[in-house]
Design a protein around this ligand. Structure first.
Ligand SMILES: [Zn+2]
Length: 263
């Protein structure tokens, strides 16, 4: 593995603006990839410096590629014109881009990245839909999420729910669609961990606790939901336009699965 001998570290200027400083790399310290998709989920192109190359996996100082994880599939696109098959999380805070081939790339060089936007925007709309659905199911039944798979064409959510009543679940879906017509804002911000964990329902995932970090990233659908979450979302619910339930499945004692799509 070829790596830079410096790491890029965030500092904050007097005016509060973050800026990067190259500092000597300390052993055991993993490079942190700046997550441009947290700053602007609508950024489709970006410039970055190659921090390391390991086989076909390339780590950059910053990226707009949202990696696979938390039930979301990865973005695809190109880096320096080479196909990005997927982006994955490595170590604590790094993101590696799995390329078709990294043979033409060199550590330290500047490259341009392009996100495949039509896929990414559907993932964002699907993901916010899943948050909205889980908020409404949770409010109506107390159900927690036991699993989810967010993909561009079809997504699914698993709820821990004793009842298996299709009619009721269809009603919850109409309530979600009613919320979409009101077009509330979807906001993201950071909150102190201790403060965030006081909020009831801050995590509706049955098995996953928020990461052990000082500040948690919060995704808020105004008036409907507040979740600790690291993924990409739309700016307001109207962008979803409509949630179309496809299928409800009974997956055992108290596990219910819902498949849905969007236009
Ligand atoms: Zn999420």
């Amino acid at each position: 593995m070829r790596t830079l001998s410096v790491q890029l570290v965030f500092h904050t200027s007097a005016s509060g603006k973050p800026f990067l400083v190259a500092e000597p790399l300390r052993e055991g310290v993993c490079l942190m990839t700046r997550r441009l998709f947290w700053e602007d989920a609508y950024a489709t192109e970006f410039d970055a410096t190659i921090a390391s190359i390991d086989g076909n996996q390339v780590v950059l100082d910053q990226t707009a590629f949202n990696p696979r994880g938390g039930g979301l599939v990865s973005d695809t696109g190109t880096l320096a014109g080479v196909k990005v098959l997927e982006a994955i999380k490595v170590g604590e805070d790094s993101i590696a881009h799995v390329l078709e081939s990294a043979a033409s790339l060199a550590v330290g060089s500047e490259i341009h990245g392009v996100i495949e936007w039509s896929r990414r925007h559907r993932i964002m709309r699907m993901h916010t839909s899943a948050h909205l659905l889980s908020a409404i199911f949770h409010k109506q039944t107390g159900a927690l999420i036991t699993g989810n798979q967010i993909e561009p064409e079809k997504s699914r959510i698993d709820f821990s729910l004793d009842d298996f009543d299709r009619e009721k679940m269809l009603v919850y879906c109409s309530q979600a669609n009613e919320a979409i017509t009101k077009n509330p804002l979807v906001k993201t911000y950071f909150m102190k961990r201790e403060e965030a964990l006081q909020i009831p329902g801050i995590t509706k995932l049955a098995s996953v606790m928020p990461p052990d970090v000082k500040d948690l990233r919060i995704v808020e659908i105004e008036g409907y939901d507040l979740q600790a979450d690291g993924g990409v979302h739309v700016k307001s619910l109207g962008e979803i336009s409509k949630i179309e339930p496809l299928k409800f499945e009974n997956k055992g004692k108290s596990n219910r699965r819902m498949y849905f799509t969007i236009p």
